[in-house]
Design a protein around this ligand. Structure first.
Ligand SMILES: [Ca+2]
Length: 115
């Protein structure tokens, strides 16, 4: 009897551990996916500025957009919990920012070769 209880507990713990590994907690304090995307977007903007695909004006606008997402992230984290809805909103903001970066990098406005 005791053995059965112990093994049921062990099973439950193992299941719990497996869940924790497979699915990130919906209400974790951090937002690692968001941070990763921010770093990636920042690199794309820098790369576009360096290649001349982005004018200085486009670069500044896209950087402001990233700063906006950053502030939204800080607001979401302020109470120590990033809810699923907050995470979803942050990803939507990054989706929009990502599309803007792609658009600005491939439009006809380029940095003049001389500058
Ligand atoms: Ca451009």
């Amino acid at each position: 009897m005791l053995h059965r209880v112990v093994s049921a507990t062990a099973l439950a713990l193992a299941a719990l551990a497996a869940c924790a590994q497979a699915v990130p907690a919906p209400a974790a304090a951090g937002a690692p996916g968001i941070d990763q995307r921010q770093a990636a977007q920042g690199q794309r903007i820098d790369q576009g500025a360096a290649s001349g695909q982005l004018t200085r004006r486009e670069e500044l606008r896209l950087e402001r957009q990233q700063a906006h997402v950053d502030r939204a992230e800080n607001r979401a984290k302020a109470d120590g919990v990033v809810t699923g809805q907050e995470r979803k909103r942050l990803h939507a903001a990054q989706d929009a920012a990502s599309a803007d970066i792609a658009r600005q990098k491939h439009d006809r406005l380029r940095k003049p070769a001389s500058s």
